[in-house]
Design a protein around this ligand. Structure first.
Ligand code: FAD
Length: 407
């Protein structure tokens, strides 16, 4: 491969470019991204950055000098419009860029709020640095906030806002927070912790409309008619993969750009990684009928970037990394290894304040959620990587030596 173009300069795209150079790729390497900042980390946007504990310069994955030194031609602020697969060119607003191999790392975008009033001033979403800056400014004058969706980003925002003295109400269609992602035990812990910080929840609540005065949000109305006053609404109802450019080029998509175990699309000259990619993994067994998943996490973006760079420099290996994730909510740290599903059985280990839930699907360890218990998380990653299972009885037994099993 002589020339590689990476489309999308986020966590996955940057990693692929950096790992290609680290692996000795000597051809031309172009990194195209529609955002203007240097490639940056998103997790702090709903945590330390929002809370004013990290500055914008602290978010960049590497300084500009790194890109120069590694001959990564970074093209910020450039929107890719189409892929000309026959001509092997990425068509952009700034003209075509030829490639021998194209890496699609376009990430995901926030799901739009499908109710009247969603476009009022004061209704926010959080995905990029520009969103975070707008939200940070809005928080300064905010007294009452409504969060739509009790997922990770909504809850992280709720913790930061409540700590500033904002009255926060989280509305959620399901009966518990993070319902798709974590066990009822872990959800209950976080519900209690947020409530203890003053956050109020309304579960089983649908949003009917956002209301406003003079173009600015003044509150929301729930499906049951309840009205809640608010001067800020944060919408965190999940994301949609940025797959359209691949679909228009005739590549297979379906909640993500479809790739094989080596992260290649239907076209051997095009790969896809990160939030936009749907890939097969053994961790999806019993979770998805076709054995594929799309994962939104830093771990997945980094490990797929590395895996692809290895293949493109002559060391092909199927992608087999253990999925892991974290979320910081107020003083509490949640870490998840593996992929749980809503029906998985759960066994708890530890204390009230620091515990892990070991989850089992079809009798095998599927995921481990650790709350303020980083040691268990590291062991869980090793267990899942080795495919070592343990029994629910062993997991529940405080005397059982987990570390010894993971060696
Ligand atoms: P992205 O980082 O989204 O990068 C994709 C890039 O492609 C974007 O810059 C996008 O603008 C660009 N792009 C898209 N289409 C085009 C186009 N046509 N032309 C040019 N450029 C284009 N994960 C964790 O593991 N832990 C956390 O605690 C955590 N917290 C998070 C908090 C927030 C607020 C957010 C938003 C995400 C968080 N995540 C977290 C998720 C994590 O950040 C993502 O999984 C990761 O960024 C995915 O990397 P990516 O490169 O696939 O996508």
């Amino acid at each position: 491969v002589a020339g590689i173009v990476v489309l999308g300069a986020g966590q996955a795209g940057f990693q692929a470019a950096a790992s290609l150079r680290e692996a000795g790729f000597a051809g031309t390497l172009t990194l195209v991204g529609d955002e203007t900042a240097l490639p940056y980390q998103r997790p702090p946007l709903s945590k330390a950055y929002l809370a004013g504990k990290t500055e914008a310069d602290g978010l960049a994955l590497r300084p500009a000098a790194y890109l120069d030194a590694h001959r990564i031609a970074f093209r910020p602020g450039l929107v890719a419009e189409a892929i000309d697969r026959d001509g092997r060119r990425l068509l952009t607003a700034g003209g075509p860029i030829p490639y021998d191999h194209l890496v699609i790392a376009t990430g995901a975008r926030n799901r739009p709020l499908p109710v009247p009033g969603a476009d009022l001033a004061g209704v926010h979403q959080l995905r990029g640095l520009a969103d975070a800056d707008a939200l940070k400014t809005a928080l300064e004058a905010c007294r009452a906030a409504v969060v739509v969706g009790a997922g990770f980003i909504g809850l992280e925002f709720a913790a930061v806002a409540a700590a500033r003295g904002v009255a926060v109400t989280v509305i959620e269609l399901a009966e518990r927070p993070m319902a798709r992602a974590v066990s009822p035990e872990t959800a209950a812990f976080f519900r209690n912790a947020h409530e203890a910080s003053g956050v109020r929840f309304r579960f089983g609540a649908g949003l009917a409309a956002v209301e406003g005065r003079n173009g600015r949000v003044s509150g929301v109305v729930l499906a049951d008619g309840t009205a809640l006053a608010a001067d800020l609404v944060l919408v965190g109802i999940g994301v949609l993969p940025n797959q359209e450019i691949a679909a228009q080029a005739g590549l297979g998509v379906g909640d993500g750009i479809r790739v094989d175990a080596f992260l290649a699309t239907d076209d051997p000259a095009v790969s896809a990684i990160g939030d936009c990619a749907r890939f097969p993994t053994r961790f999806a067994q019993g979770l998805a009928a076709d054995g594929t998943v799309r994962i939104e996490s830093v771990q997945n973006a980094i490990d797929q970037g590395r895996c692809l760079a290895a293949r493109l420099t002559g060391r092909p290996a199927a992608y087999a990394a253990v999925p892991w994730f974290w979320s910081d909510q107020g003083p509490h740290k949640l870490q998840i290894a593996g992929l749980g599903a809503p029906g998985d059985a759960g066994v708890r280990r530890g204390t009230e304040a620091a515990f892990s839930v070991f989850r089992f699907r079809d009798g095998r360890l599927s995921a481990v959620e650790s709350v303020n218990r980083a040691g268990d998380h590291m062991v869980a990653r090793r267990l899942l990587a080795a495919g070592t299972s343990l029994t629910p009885e062993q997991a529940a037994d405080p005397a059982f030596d987990l570390k010894a099993l993971a060696v």
